[in-house]
Design a protein around this ligand. Sequence first.
Ligand code: DX5
Ligand code: ZN
Length: 228
Amino acid sequence: MSYTAKIGPSILNSNLACLGSECIRMLDCGADYLHLDVMDGHFVPNITFGHPVVECLRKHLGQGPFFDMHMMVSRPEQWVKPMAAAGANQYTFHLEATVNAGALIKDIRENGMKVGLAIKPGTTVEELGPWAGQIDMALVMTVEPGFGGQKFMEDMMPKVNWLRTQFPSLDIEVDGGVGPDTIHKCAEAGANMIVSGSAVMKSDDPRSVINLLRNVCVEAIQKRSLDR
Ligand code: DX5
Ligand code: ZN
């Protein structure tokens, strides 16, 4: 069992006029990585930012923070090189957005980034399965991608559970509606990379929320290792 619990705040619902300082605030509060949501207004009905903003963030924050790019875009192939050049560490694309996942995985690696593969709620986990051996992280969406602050879909947990059983050391991320009320379900199912947007960003005490999310995951990981 080689995975650890990591908490990645999503800055989508932060004060975007102060993106740099919001990221620093999250890192100071103990975030393990930053989950950066890229939307193109085509794959999802919302627009956020692209590689120029990522490049500025990298310059502002230095080399340390790990950037997990959640690419909610059509034709994810076209942004691999620009994102790598901008300083992205992991390129998480949607299985639904590409017809050649194998070639894209190879390209992401050749450009020096880790590979994340995401599925929307309507996509079965069996469709992701054949790629799981070639990726660093599987992202099981727990809302329809596009907006922060939506309700957590508990019926996605069997997907997480299936992945954890089939691929015991894979990093498994959940994203959408995850916070203190829903983290137990995610952790029990086997998720270890936890994206949390509104629950962390809108809290008066983000440090405590991040710690709580991590502690619940750590306990679940320890329990799973004892049960083996
Ligand atoms: C939604 C994004 C999420 C979102 C999470 O499409 O992928 O990362 O910002 O925000 P919450 O935790 O508020 O659902
Ligand atoms: Zn996201």
